[in-house]
Design a protein around this ligand. Structure first.
Ligand SMILES: Cc1cc2nc3c(=O)[nH]c(=O)nc-3n(C[C@H](O)[C@H](O)[C@H](O)COP(=O)(O)OP(=O)(O)OC[C@H]3O[C@@H](n4cnc5c(N)ncnc54)[C@H](O)[C@@H]3O)c2cc1C
Length: 567
């Protein structure tokens, strides 16, 4: 038995040393007001009306409690419960309460739907800046916890596709627009709020969905838009399986088609979705990604038979914006966490942040975060202004470009940010390792790197007028800056060599992304940021790692802007 005072004796007995020169946890940070690049982007791109709300949400997402939620949701990943104790099918997934709390917070903020709030009032126009404001919320929620953003993103993205079938939209849209999260497994009609997932990828093809073998036959008569079908087949990846319905691709008699497949049928019985297992993933662990079979599951046709890809493409486009925003948010968290640590860690009598080589690395990473944030929010604005010809052209051309570049540079940044923490960065208790494991998924899903490059080439071939509008706008933004002019010429050279274009999709995507980012930074970022980005990303010696080519730059100003406040 441990007697009185034993605890003190045990503490002192094993207290061999004092813990010092370790940074305090990165927590209780307002993720909005501490992020100048984000605040400026929100105001610049039309989300100024949401600043008050975003300030409150930034405090909530950056609280110690929120980060703890993120840790718990990932350390206790979801579990599939295919059967109950007596062998009856359950096909449910159990999540840690922390995951549900993240969902409730994001849903209350409207991140799963707020860009579509105008649908609540028939005939009302979209709310100005709604996508920018929502993107800012997602950018911060992803820093609290990344995995739960998957159903949040898919639900938001499902709305434009659902609207193509008014008979279905009428019932589902009002339920989606609810700000209440309801994690219970019940028919959607009995729930306070619903979420929507997506099932496209099969074993034999994810990118090439025309290879889908899952078959759909009309439940009665000849089928048609809005009609009920019976679906048999599988999906190799179907995330967030506790969603209330899924937009699913399947082969109908008229070709590949898009269906809405609910978890429960109108009579209250459970639809025939049998989950095989959950994926064991590199990251994104709080989110469940299932393999599923449809054993004659019932689903309702969205749009025309044979028009599956054009019908679901709006959903896919919206998710691509979210991938870029999510990667930008996680890059910013990785950077802020590294700057915070380096301000508190002393090596050889000098703080790490003041060591010349470290200040170069931190500043160099900050340039990519600035560029990624600027590009992502410019893209969000183009979603808000789709009626404008210039914004529509930007949205079409720059969605694959932005998704490609931001999602591709993010993992390398997360790795470098991890190294700034030394060994502390590599262990799972901190956030650096989790961010690093999370980031590659944004490049892989919703159109992998080559697929984005191919989409860009498709615009060049099929919509030359779109390219012309964006290039004219970029040429105006370039002005007299010699580096920017040089990059514009490079883009034009790539464009007008059609012979080689099919091999240059990645060159062009990267060149366009850096040109566009540089024009935004030149116009709106402080000179130390714009000058350093342009000098290293558009010209200067070739580099493969961070911390080079900036010996002349005001790295202090760049780092202080990246995370203001600390001495
Ligand atoms: C965690 C996670 C969750 C997911 N959740 C879902 C979900 O909820 N719903 C869903 O439907 N899917 C989901 N996916 C699947 C994802 O969207 C696919 O993995 C992705 O679309 C790629 O398809 P694939 O895996 O079949 O690879 P493939 O299509 O075989 O592609 C493999 C590689 O080839 C490249 N490639 C393809 N075509 C070409 C070409 N013509 N030229 C050059 N290169 C090419 C691709 O860029 C990729 O790098 C998820 C994936 C992950 C990792």
């Amino acid at each position: 038995m441990v007697g009185e005072g034993a605890e003190d004796r045990m503490t002192s007995q094993f207290a061999t040393h004092e813990v010092f020169n370790q940074s305090p946890p990165f927590a209780d940070v307002n993720l909005f007001t501490s992020d100048r690049a984000l605040m400026e982007a929100v105001n610049r791109e039309g989300g100024g009306h949401a600043v008050k709300r975003l300030t409150a949400f930034g405090a909530a997402c950056g609280s110690a409690e929120a980060f703890e939620r993120g840790r718990l949701a990932n350390e206790h990943p979801p579990r599939l419960r295919p059967f109950d104790a007596k062998g009856r099918r359950l096909d449910t997934v159990e999540f840690h309460p922390a995951y549900h709390e993240c969902m409730a917070l994001s849903a209350a903020e409207g991140l799963h739907c707020s860009a579509w709030d105008h649908l609540a009032t028939p005939g009302a126009p979209p709310l100005p800046g709604a996508n920018v404001a929502r993107s800012a919320g997602c950018y911060m929620a992803i820093q609290m916890e990344a995995g739960h953003q998957c159903p949040i993103t898919m639900t938001n993205a499902a709305l434009p596709t659902l609207q193509l079938q008014p008979s279905l939209a009428e019932w589902w849209v009002p339920r989606i627009l609810s700000r209440e999260y309801d994690g219970s497994f019940r028919p959607a009609g009995q729930k306070r709020g619903v979420t929507i997932g997506m099932g496209m990828t099969e074993k034999q093809g994810g990118t090439d969905v025309r290879a889908n073998t899952t078959a759909a036959v009309p439940a009665a008569g000849s089928g048609g838009p809005g009609a009920e079908y019976v679906v048999t087949g599988h999906k190799w990846f179907m995330s967030a399986p506790m969603c209330d319905a899924f937009l699913v691709l399947a082969q109908a008699p008229g070709g590949l088609s898009c269906f809405l497949m609910p978890r429960f049928l109108p009579d209250g019985s459970v639809n025939a979705l049998a989950f095989q297992r959950l994926k064991e993933k590199l990251g994104n662990r709080s989110n469940a990604s299932s393999e599923v079979e449809f054993h004659g599951a019932h689903a309702w046709l969205v749009g025309e038979e044979g028009r599956g890809v054009p019908t679901i493409i709006e959903m896919v486009t919206c998710t691509r914006l979210d991938c870029a925003v999510a990667s930008s948010g996680l890059m910013r968290l990785a950077l802020a966490n590294a700057v915070h640590h380096c301000r508190h860690r002393t090596v050889f009598q000098k703080r790490l942040v003041d060591q010349p080589l470290m200040s170069l690395v931190l500043a160099d990473m900050a340039l990519d975060v600035e560029a990624a944030t600027a590009l992502s929010f410019r893209l969000a604005r183009s979603f808000d202004r789709a009626a404008d010809e210039h914004a529509a052209a930007w949205r079409r051309l720059m969605t694959p470009v932005t998704k490609y570049w931001v999602c591709k540079i993010a993992p390398a940044l997360a790795y470098e940010a991890m190294e700034c923490l030394g060994g502390n960065g590599y262990v799972e208790e901190g956030i650096a390792a989790r961010i690093y494991r999370e980031l590659p998924v944004n490049a892989i899903w919703e159109g992998s790197g080559n697929v984005m490059a191919l989409d860009l080439l498709r615009v060049l071939q099929r919509e030359p007028e779109t390219v012309e509008i964006v290039l004219d706008d970029l040429a105006k933004a370039v002005g007299g800056d010699a580096h920017l002019k040089g990059q514009l010429t490079r883009v034009q050279t790539l464009l007008y060599e059609p012979r080689l274009l099919d091999r240059r999709g990645r060159d062009l995507a990267e060149a366009l992304a850096t040109l566009a980012a540089a024009t935004i930074l030149r116009a709106h970022a402080p000179a130390p940021v714009a000058d350093a980005f342009i000098a290293t990303r558009l010209s200067g010696a070739a580099r493969h790692t961070y911390g080079q080519g900036l010996d002349w730059a005001d790295t202090r100003a760049i780092v202080d802007r990246a995370l203001p406040g600390a001495a």
